[in-house]
Design a protein around this ligand. Structure first.
Ligand SMILES: [Zn+2]
Ligand SMILES: [Zn+2]
Length: 342
């Protein structure tokens, strides 16, 4: 299967938490958390369309200024999503600068903010460069099943979890359906590969009717060729549909029963999980005070949800030089059932 996106940690495991999902064919990228993002090259930041912020502790939100600076003047805006009080925090960040020269930019840059509460109600606001980023209220929306963003290709869902006395959001990126092309069947039908296949997949994802005409264009030495086929026929003959990938992101959560139960449901069947593993189990009391997961708790949560592949991160700097211990403890809990001796 050729993945249509690539997910990676922004920083090394002791650095600020965050994940970049690069949607290669859409020239678009999304971020889970926006702490220190200075390692990301400008060309990647310019593709960022949506930023999902678990909560606004500094290590998860301080990179917004950097993104804004890079993207000002870009003709495409950016949407941000976060938990309670998020819009106020964003408003204050934007209000911290003097914008008297911002009109000099030729294009309007728009920041759309979304704030989801525990009932799934989404408050929305807009901040436009042409209004010097003054807050403008937009009508509220609702997020059924925690869905914050939905496109024909993917959706992003959130789940509220407890972190001290505030909410930290977990996120799931869910590809709608993965569409493969049978090259051998294309060959049998004497059809070429090319940009028309991208268009075909796009139409299928949008739910276009089977009668939709698809133009297949190609060139040979004898000239240009065009053949028109119906979408339904191509769907049957050359496409294969497989379940889409699910990628989850969990950070800054207390190890309690409520969070564990919520995560068992939310993470179920994920292909890839990024999960914090901040402390060693030996420092469990400290982890409890800080409302973070130990490596052992993170491994047990991943195991309970049947995750296929896991990346632990957000290691506490107190273990610099002892990374292997955290990884070992995490693997022991993830790969081996409690009490197993093998
Ligand atoms: Zn943190
Ligand atoms: Zn935090």
């Amino acid at each position: 299967m050729r993945p249509i996106f690539h997910a990676q940690l922004i920083n090394r495991t002791f650095g600020d938490p965050g994940v970049l999902i690069d949607l290669k064919f859409e020239r678009r990228a999304i971020l889970f958390d926006i702490g220190d993002i200075s390692v990301l090259p400008t060309r990647k930041l310019l593709r960022v369309s949506d930023v999902f912020v678990s909560h606004t502790h500094m290590d998860h939100f301080c990179g917004f200024d950097h993104l804004l600076r890079v993207c000002l003047g870009r003709d495409r805006g950016v949407s941000l999503y976060g938990p309670d009080e998020f819009i106020t925090h964003l408003e204050h960040k934007l209000a911290a600068y003097t914008w008297n020269l911002v009109e000099n930019y030729q294009t309007e840059f728009v920041v759309l903010a979304h704030e989801i509460d525990r009932q799934g109600c989404v408050k929305r606001a807009r901040f436009r460069s042409t209004r010097r980023f003054q807050r403008e209220a937009l009508p509220a929306a609702s997020a059924a099943e925690g869905v914050l963003l939905e496109t024909p290709m993917f959706r992003v869902r959130s789940a509220p979890l407890e972190h001290h006395d505030i909410t930290s959001l977990a996120f799931a990126f869910e590809e709608s359906v993965h569409i493969n092309v049978w090259k051998s069947r294309l060959d049998a039908l004497r059809l070429p590969t090319g940009p028309w296949l991208t268009e075909l997949k796009q139409r299928v994802r949008e739910g276009a009717p089977d009668s939709t005409p698809i133009k297949v264009k190609w060139r040979t030495r004898v000239g240009a060729h065009v053949q028109e086929l119906e979408l339904g026929e191509l769907k049957r003959k050359v496409l294969e549909f497989v379940p889409g990938q699910k990628i989850c992101y969990v950070t800054d959560v207390a190890d309690n029963e409520r969070n564990r139960n919520a995560l068992a449901v939310f993470l179920k069947g994920a292909d890839l999980l990024f999960i914090e593993a901040v402390f060693l189990d030996a420092d469990r009391a400290h982890a409890e005070r800080k409302a973070h997961l130990t490596a052992r708790a993170a491994g047990a949560i991943a195991r309970a949800a049947g995750i296929k592949s896991v990346v632990p991160f957000h290691f506490s700097p107190r273990y610099l030089g002892r990374e292997a211990e955290l990884r070992q403890e995490f693997d022991d809990a993830w790969l081996h059932a409690p009490g197993a001796t093998c």
